[in-house]
Design a protein around this ligand. Structure first.
Ligand SMILES: NC(=O)c1ccc[n+]([C@@H]2O[C@H](COP(=O)([O-])OP(=O)(O)OC[C@H]3O[C@@H](n4cnc5c(N)ncnc54)[C@H](O)[C@@H]3O)[C@@H](O)[C@H]2O)c1
Length: 275
């Protein structure tokens, strides 16, 4: 079982761990002596990471009601009947605005938000009975600020942050720790596919997935909710709260810069961006 900073033998589940940030989190927990379940929709990727770290691959969907229930049941079986740490990391970035198709919006709600709600629903009885458990939510700076060019991502990441906050304030006195990881650009496939908006906002300050794992471990050591691998995001978040009009004007400048780039490239605003 884990204490606040000791993950030796801890039972850890990481969703979307076949690549990117999830793989870095799985590797880090394994390096600290944890027993790790590596989940991903991509079964080959899940098996590859699990094989590398001596973990257990439990491939499959980590978002839908049935998928989450099966993942948690199979993870408990693989980890000796308990889960100490659950990293709700899998996420998707659908492009577009209000014009994004219904299925892009509903998939974003499912993977970026309801996956977390469903996992918490399944984990809380065990954690409250034991008086301990750790829920790690990979949100995004887009959940504190916003991301130009992608409304489904920005909106659902705000909701993921809201749910993590709610969990933290509701259960912290009962031994449940919650962390919300809110990076800007991280060098993963998601950024590779983020197009002009990513070039503008994410790539210039993109960090490694390992740096995200470092930031999480620092937050764990301090028992801190908010994990800011890009510290400047904290200043922007404070600036947004202090003067929303100024913040919106600044973000609109970014939007117009994006439209200029897309205009040069022959694209149209809102059609070319992913984050
Ligand atoms: N890369 C960034 O710049 C960045 C910044 C902020 C937040 N994030 C967040 O980090 C998380 C991880 O993203 P990443 O950058 O490592 O991207 P990634 O695309 O490299 O990895 C995401 C992984 O999640 C898996 N996945 C997607 N849907 C799934 C589902 N329903 N069930 C199980 N697995 C699923 C994918 O197969 C993939 O392997 C996401 O929540 C993302 O929103 C990323």
């Amino acid at each position: 079982m884990e204490s606040s900073t000791d993950f030796k033998d801890a039972a850890v589940v990481v969703t979307g761990a076949g690549a990117g940030i999830g793989a870095a989190l799985a590797r880090r927990f394994a390096a600290l002596g944890a027993r790790v379940v590596v989940n991903d929709l991509d079964a080959d990727a899940a098996h590859a990471v699990a094989g590398e770290i001596g973990g257990t691959a439990v491939p499959g969907d980590a978002a839908g009601e049935q998928g989450v229930a099966e993942l948690i049941e199979r993870s408990r079986a693989a980890l000796g009947g308990r889960i100490d740490v659950y990293c709700a990391n899998a996420g998707i970035a659908a492009k577009g605005g209000a014009d994004a198709p219904e299925d892009a919006w509903s998939a974003s709600w499912d993977v970026n938000v309801m996956a977390h709600v469903r996992a918490a629903r399944a984990l809380l009885p065990e954690w409250l009975e034991r008086g301990g458990g750790r829920f790690v939510s990979t949100v995004s700076a887009a959940g504190l600020l916003t991301m130009v060019g992608t409304a489904p991502y920005s909106v659902t990441k705000h909701a993921a942050h809201a749910f993590a906050e709610w969990l933290s304030l509701t259960y912290r006195h009962r031994g449940v720790s919650v962390h919300a990881i809110c990076p800007q650009g991280v060098r993963t496939r998601m950024v590779e596919e983020s197009g002009a908006a990513g070039d503008l906002v994410l790539r210039p300050t993109a960090i490694s997935p390992e740096a995200v794992a470092d930031a999480l471990l620092d937050a764990v050591a301090e028992n801190r909710f908010l994990v800011l691998p890009h510290p400047e995001v904290g200043q922007m978040y404070a600036g947004r709260a202090a003067d929303p009009e100024r913040w919106l004007r600044g973000m609109n400048k970014v939007q117009r810069a994006l439209e200029a780039v897309e205009g040069e490239a022959g694209g149209s605003a809102g059609q070319q961006t992913r984050a």
